[in-house]
Design a protein around this ligand. Structure first.
Ligand SMILES: CC(C)(COP(=O)(O)OP(=O)(O)OC[C@H]1O[C@@H](n2cnc3c(N)ncnc32)[C@H](O)[C@@H]1OP(=O)(O)O)[C@@H](O)C(=O)NCCC(=O)NCCSC(=O)c1cc(O)c2ccccc2c1O
Length: 264
């Protein structure tokens, strides 16, 4: 059975025992603005309370992007919504951790910036072999530290995590499997079938056992929440600087940033 709910920036569908949450802003490569995060938060709350749902699939619409993080066209010193930096991103990230059901990232294209952090936070991740992964913070005047750095380091190792954040290269789906960031890469045409195999399997498992297992994994890394919170307030201060604004402006003007004129 497929049930749907009405949103503007996302799609929310129940397929069998799985909730599929799709960021639906393909023109900006599924970047999120304040409204997108409000809707994602609502959708995760809906699924959390739905006893008929065994697992949650988070994805992006189209074939270009899973999610490219904050919408840079809605970023003027701060983003356009509520919360510390104009995005209630800490609430969404907390919900992905706290919802007592496995969350699967279905990575259909670029997972960049805040989109990369979402993949890091999801319990499982499966990607099309065309997907690309990477961090851009120091290129665009931002950083999403805490879950984005410390949890990433637990997953891929310290050296790799530092490489990802400092050099801002993009990585293929195969490379993401090799570093442990995602579980599996499959041809794009087989992505939905592969995700559905996992959601069908999860639907056969004991929901209570899954919930306790998720909580047990979380308990071991939950102090990272404090680092994330601290970093979010640090980013707010950073966004007020000309150095950060140079990164956002350069991305929107499609040019290379020149950060050194602000720090030399
Ligand atoms: C994803 C890319 C590597 C793709 O590059 P490519 O060259 O293939 O394509 P284009 O660059 O031309 O992009 C196509 C098209 O999409 C638009 N677009 C892509 N990403 C965004 C975006 N994030 N916001 C707005 N628009 C976007 C692009 O402008 C093009 O539109 P046209 O109309 O010209 O066709 C590359 O696009 C890329 O690197 N994108 C990422 C850009 C980025 O800066 N992302 C935000 C990083 S910061 C962040 O995500 C973030 C989020 C948080 O929630 C935080 C919370 C707390 C602290 C920090 C946070 C934070 O840093």
């Amino acid at each position: 059975m497929t049930k749907t709910h009405e949103f503007s920036d996302i799609l929310y569908e129940i397929k069998g025992r799985a909730a599929w949450i799709t960021i639906n802003r393909p023109k900006v490569y599924n970047a999120f603005r304040g409204q997108t995060l409000e809707e994602l938060i609502q959708a995760f709350q809906l699924t959390g309370n739905d006893k008929g749902v065994s697992s949650i699939v988070l994805t992006g619409s189209g074939e270009k992007a899973f999610c490219t993080g904050g919408d840079q066209s809605a970023h003027e010193g701060n983003y356009d919504g509520r919360g510390v930096v104009g995005l209630p991103i800490d609430e969404l990230q907390g919900l992905i951790r706290d919802v007592p059901k496995p969350v699967i990232a279905r990575v259909n294209g670029f997972a960049i910036g805040g989109g990369h952090v979402l993949v890091t936070l999801c319990d499982l991740a499966i990607a099309a072999d065309t997907a690309k992964f990477g961090q851009v913070g120091p290129k665009v005047g931002s950083f999403d530290a805490g879950w984005g750095t410390a949890l990433l380091a637990r997953i891929v190792g310290e050296k790799k995590a530092r490489e990802i954040w400092f050099l801002n290269e993009t990585y293929t789906a195969q490379e993401a499997v090799a570093m442990g960031l995602i579980n599996k890469a499959v041809p794009l045409a087989e992505l939905d079938a592969a995700v559905t195999r996992w959601t069908d399997t999860l639907a056969e498992r004991s929901p209570t056992a899954l919930a306790f297992l998720k909580r047990s994994f979380n308990a071991d890394s939950d102090q990272i929440r404090g680092i994330s919170n601290l970093a979010l307030h640090a980013v707010k201060l950073y966004y007020a600087t000309e150095e950060s604004k140079e990164g956002v402006n350069a991305f929107n003007e499609k040019r290379k940033p020149d950060f050194h004129k602000f720090v030399d």
